[in-house]
Design a protein around this ligand. Structure first.
Ligand SMILES: [Ca+2]
Length: 161
């Protein structure tokens, strides 16, 4: 038997301020899970002294990734800002692609791919337009689909409060 309050919907507490921990990677991999070929980049950084480096490889099983599960899931309706910045090295005739997977509490997800045509600049990748309304965000996963290294910095999810 579940207690009587089992069927009550928990009240949503509007998130206030930044919901991503260590989004600038200044504390290295704190709060992030990561796979093979992910590293902390101290050469290219948009802010501070560090960024996330994702080594490019040709084999999908070697594609580098990092993932953060939010301490408290954030309903899409309460998202003010959700973005990150990506940076790619110069190399001719190679696509530089970043795959972002936004995970929701119902285990569905939204995938967004960003292609960087300009190199040596930080591209703003705005995730907010791609969010599924009515869902609640629980995680973000960042993966390179590139043969080349991509750096990521300043991952930010700000609640409306
Ligand atoms: Ca940084």
């Amino acid at each position: 038997m579940q207690p009587f309050w089992w069927f009550k919907k928990p009240a949503v507490i509007p998130p206030v301020g930044e919901q991503i921990e260590n989004g600038g990677f200044e504390d290295q991999f704190d709060y992030w899970e990561y796979g093979i070929n992910a590293y902390i980049d101290t050469f290219y950084k948009r802010s501070g002294n560090r960024s996330l480096g994702l080594t490019g490889y040709s084999e999908p099983e070697n594609f580098a990734w990092a993932k953060q599960t939010l301490g408290t899931p954030v309903p899409v309706a309460y998202v003010s800002t959700f973005k990150l910045y990506g940076h790619a090295d110069w190399y001719p005739a190679q696509e530089k692609k970043l795959l972002i997977t936004i995970g929701y509490t119902d285990d569905s997800s939204t995938e967004v791919t960003f292609t960087f045509y300009e190199t040596y600049v930080w591209h703003e990748c705005d995730l907010k337009p791609y969010l599924s309304s009515g869902k609640t965000i629980k995680s973000i996963r960042i993966e390179t689909l590139s043969l080349l290294d991509i750096s990521v910095d300043d991952v930010s999810l700000i609640g409306t409060g």
